[in-house]
Design a protein around this ligand. Structure first.
Ligand code: NIG
Ligand code: FE
Length: 417
């Protein structure tokens, strides 16, 4: 199957097969009157329409060529949403209202709500129920242009339900087009039955659950909520050491509400990503800038918690590789809106249009160790791309909180109208 997209008013993409750090995040390639030639799901040529048409002729005739004119439209890589918690039972609308009335997020958690409340609902949900709601959420992601998503467990906090969440994601991978990268987050919170025995709970996850996850290849990553009154840095270190022995890579929720130094731990241990970072300090920024760990920023969470935003500008200017993601979850961030993430990054985090594009594509892909084949529009990469209903990438950013996505291609196949 051959697909030829031509006459796009603009194509915008970062270039490369690894994360772009610091000023290099702004090195986005812009091509006017652009085209893309795709064959069998792989990009064969990207360039001005004339070059792409010539490349198509050079390939020789094909029995099934789909030609699309993208006049007045913008082409970008598909978005990589590298941090979500999209498989969960129930909802937390009541808690949202409590937060509107002024009760802090961690206070709700301390009262037995928050993650614990979603854990109860997720334990009670059947696999089929989780699959149904998960599928609905994946459809929303696709409409926002997300072609690869990371999804975490962490609403089971027991063996059966943690595995159930990961199994559901595995099954969802087979029935819809968005690629799902699975993360085991058994250390999301301490469940009621282990209250006050956090170390024992971490041991349970390390010795009982994590080996099963690794053996069944249910996850590529582990994640931990390293936060005051949740898990400390020493516990995160033990959890990461156990993951490394099992061949699992690591990610961390760090410096979200209180700074504990989780960013430094991530850098030291070679984690793929350190996420949130609202409270990161200069030491943390220096450590990430000197490492290969991606700094994944989640502005929709800061917005929903009414916290100040992570210091993206300082981080990029210090040489960090920044990614942006939704953090979609039922509590701290009940939105899947990529347009909201883009708007917040532009308006409140002082990220440039080019940095935002790199953060949502190539750097997100790098944080999932997939930058060798997704995250940019280049010959040889997988054909995951978006056609936006506007003439330049700047118009994507200018369309505040609006979805500009008109069509999405995954593996070279059109998945939306
Ligand atoms: O990324 N901070 C911890 N975990 C999620 C929130 C989970 C929840 O509230 O259910 C986060 O913000
Ligand atoms: Fe999260």
């Amino acid at each position: 199957m051959r697909v030829l997209i031509i006459h796009a008013s603009e194509l915008a993409t970062p270039i490369g097969t690894s994360a772009r750090k610091g000023a290099a995040m702004r090195a986005v390639t812009i091509i006017k009157n652009a085209g893309v030639l795709i064959e069998d799901g792989v990009i064969r040529c990207v360039g001005p329409t004339a070059d792409v048409l010539a490349a198509e002729r050079a390939l020789g005739p094909s029995p099934d060529t789909l030609t699309i004119s993208a006049e007045g439209k913008t082409l970008t890589p598909g978005y990589v949403d590298s941090h979500t918690h999209f498989v969960y039972g129930g909802d937390r609308a009541d808690e949202f209202v409590q937060r509107l009335e002024g009760v802090p997020y961690m206070e709700i958690m301390a009262r037995g709500g928050g993650i614990a409340s979603t854990t109860r609902a997720t334990r009670n949900a059947t696999e089929e129920e989780l699959e149904t709601v998960g599928l609905d959420r994946l459809k929303v992601m696709l409409r926002y242009g997300v072609t690869t998503v990371e999804g975490k467990s962490g609403y089971g906090l027991d063996e059966a339900t943690e595995l159930k969440q990961l199994e559901v994601m595995k099954r969802l991978s087979a029935v819809q087009p968005v690629e799902i990268v699975r993360t085991f987050m058994g250390a999301h919170a301490t469940p009621a039955e282990y209250k006050g025995r956090e170390d024992e709970f971490i041991d349970f996850m390390i010795y009982r659950v994590m080996p099963k996850v690794a053996e069944a290849r249910l996850a590529e990553y582990v994640d931990i909520f390293c936060e005051k009154n949740v898990f400390d840095v020493a516990q995160a270190r033990r959890y990461f050491e156990a993951a490394a022995k099992l061949g699992l890579q690591t990610r961390i929720h760090a410096e979200e509400i209180v700074n504990l130094g989780g960013a430094q731990l991530a850098a030291e241990m070679g984690s793929a990503s350190a996420d949130h970072l609202l409270q990161i300090n200069d030491d943390g920024i220096r450590a990430l800038a000197a490492s290969n760990t991606i700094a994944t920023l989640l502005p929709a969470t800061a917005f929903c918690l009414r916290e100040h935003y992570a210091p993206a500008r300082r981080m990029i200017d210090s040489g960090c590789a920044v990614a942006l993601a939704s953090d979609y979850n039922p509590g701290s961030c009940h939105t899947q809106s990529i347009p909201l993430v883009i708007s917040l990054a532009a308006l409140y985090m002082a990220m440039t249009c080019e940095e935002i594009l790199t953060a949502l594509t190539l750097n997100g892909a790098a944080s999932l160790k997939r930058a060798d084949h997704i995250g940019s529009l280049e010959a040889g990469k997988q054909a995951d791309l978006i056609i936006h209903a506007c003439p330049t990438f700047r118009h994507v950013i200018y369309s505040v909180a609006e979805n500009t996505v008109e069509a999405v291609f995954k593996n070279g196949r059109r998945k939306t109208q």
